[in-house]
Design a protein around this ligand. Structure first.
Ligand code: SF4
Length: 493
């Protein structure tokens, strides 16, 4: 049960909307809703994937962030050039904590920053020559690199550089894929279009590369798609699939490689964790190579068991029996985690605001610990994400799409959650307000959270955040009495 009735949630939304001028109010009203499980299609209650209102504090990223930061960046044996001025690459470097193995700077490049560092003259006269030189230097300095992707920042599209021609020329000269990605930040309304553009570039420049090559396949070949190995997530997922007897041929894109991507069309089943960022390529492989795909959820024991059984049902009885054995093997372990943490977390309310899959995927893990998600929303969802969310949360739960800074703060003041799970941009505001907070994009420097191993860490992290004594000892700086503030300023002067 949500802690508010349907009427109360609707009234809260109306009250928060009051602060906006007419036009903005009308627009934002479409993005806020009280959940109604009877609705079959979410577009009847919430609108998503629309341009943010000018003047509001949106938390979204850009198309470049979606392509370089999410889809391409973690492919570790390629160099991903942030093509354009230096800032976009510098500020997006290694921020998502995509763990990988290998020797950085020798055969892996995940945490390095490569940029064409555009200057004024490149904007005026074009940067294609500079890009060519950069690709040659990369080949010279890092001979083990398997390929290069060119991640376009805004100016590249604006000045009309022909990165496709450069990529074609250099692919031929070096005999390695050079992939042009037209993910300029101004495209689309959020990072979501960047995911799509990145998927399309993989389709056009990677997937068919080994179509004519022989491959020793097994009936149990699968690919993990849309796991970015944040804090080791894909590793703790892969263990379970392998223990079931499946062979993981490819892992996209956390700790992933170019050969793995090229071999994916040979698998029997694509397993998708982040549907939002990778559904495009999975649908393409279904169409071109007849590979079925299936969504799964490895957050928390309830969803893990459900997913393992769903995956196993695709295969024979041996795999199905193995799935049961895997669930049984970890039972004592996850029951002990629940026995330890559930009494400390039971009944605690959570508000989420995250990206691709987490606003709905982590709900089960919180429920395993006796916690309740009372509000959730996505930065860059489409309506098929909300279609999937409606059934996961109770009626009257607050739903917010592309929530603004103002709305989120007001909702939190009224709903009074015991925990907020969101990103770095929200973290310090809510912490200063005295509300326990976890970063649910990067796991707050912790993780993994996927799989049974990840659940133990997830439960520990939620407990140490919610039950940390510091929250009762602090007062938001803006609520401190003015006199005390003046005294403090005088004393420090
Ligand atoms: S919007 Fe453009 S300039 Fe800004 S980070 Fe994205 S690519 Fe770079």
């Amino acid at each position: 049960m949500s802690n508010m009735t349907l009427e109360e949630t609707k009234a809260l939304i109306q009250e928060v909307l009051e602060a906006y001028p007419d036009k903005a109010r009308k627009d934002r009203a479409k993005h806020l809703a009280a959940n109604d499980q009877s609705v079959e299609q979410s577009k009847k209650c919430i609108i998503s994937n629309r341009k943010s209102q000018p003047g509001v504090m949106t938390i979204r990223g850009c198309a470049y962030a979606g392509s370089k930061g999410v889809v391409w960046g973690p492919i570790k044996d390629m160099v991903h050039i942030s093509h354009g001025p230096v800032g976009c690459g510098a500020y997006s470097r290694a921020g998502r904590r995509n763990y990988y193995t290998g020797h950085t700077g020798v055969n892996t490049f995940g945490t390095m920053n490569f940029t064409s560092d555009f200057q004024e003259k490149d904007i005026v006269f074009g940067g294609d020559k500079k890009l060519e030189k950069l690709i040659d230097e990369i080949e010279q300095l890092f001979p083990l690199v398997k390929g290069v992707s060119v991640q376009s920042e805004c100016p590249i599209g604006l000045i009309g550089d022909d990165i496709e021609a450069v990529a074609k020329k250099k692919t031929k000269e070096h005999g390695k894929p050079v992939v042009p990605v037209r993910c300029e930040g101004f495209r689309g309304v959020s990072q979501s279009l960047g995911h799509h553009i990145a998927n399309d570039a993989i389709r056009d420049h990677v997937l068919g590369n080994r179509d004519d090559q022989a491959f020793e396949s097994t009936p149990y070949d699968v690919a993990i798609i849309g796991d970015y190995n944040i804090g080791g997530d894909a590793w703790s997922s892969r263990i379970l699939l392998e223990e079931m007897g499946l062979r993981v041929v490819a892992q996209w894109s956390g700790d992933g490689t170019l050969p793995e991507m090229e071999l994916t069309p040979k698998v029997k089943l694509n397993l998708i964790h982040c549907y939002r960022s990778m559904n495009y390529i999975s649908r393409y492989m279904e169409e071109k190579y007849s590979i079925p795909w299936m969504e799964y959820n490895f957050f928390g024991p309830t969803k893990i068991a459900e997913s393992l059984r769903k995956i196993a049902a695709f295969f024979d009885e041996t795999i199905q029996a193995n799935a049961e054995k895997v669930i049984e093997k970890y039972q004592a372990e996850y029951e002990a985690v629940i026995a330890k943490y559930r009494p400390r977390l039971e009944g605690k309310k959570v508000m989420l605001y995250v990206g691709g899959l987490r606003p709905r995927h982590v709900i089960g893990a919180y429920e395993d610990l006796g916690m309740e998600v009372v509000g959730t929303g996505y930065e860059f969802a489409h309506n098929d994400d909300y279609d999937r969310t409606i059934k996961e949360v109770d009626n009257a739960t607050l739903l917010y799409d592309d929530v603004t800074g103002y709305e989120f703060e007001e909702f939190v003041k009224r709903v009074k959650p015991d925990l907020i799970g969101s990103g770095i941009k929200e973290k310090y505001i809510f912490q200063k307000m005295g509300v326990p907070f976890r970063q649910m994009h990067s796991w707050d420097y912790s993780g993994p959270y996927h799989g049974y191993d990840g659940f133990a860490i997830f439960a520990r992290d939620m407990d140490m955040t919610v039950n940390n004594p510091c929250w009762n000892s602090m007062q938001a700086p803006w609520l401190k009495p003015a006199a005390a503030e003046t005294e403090a300023t005088a004393a420090s002067a």
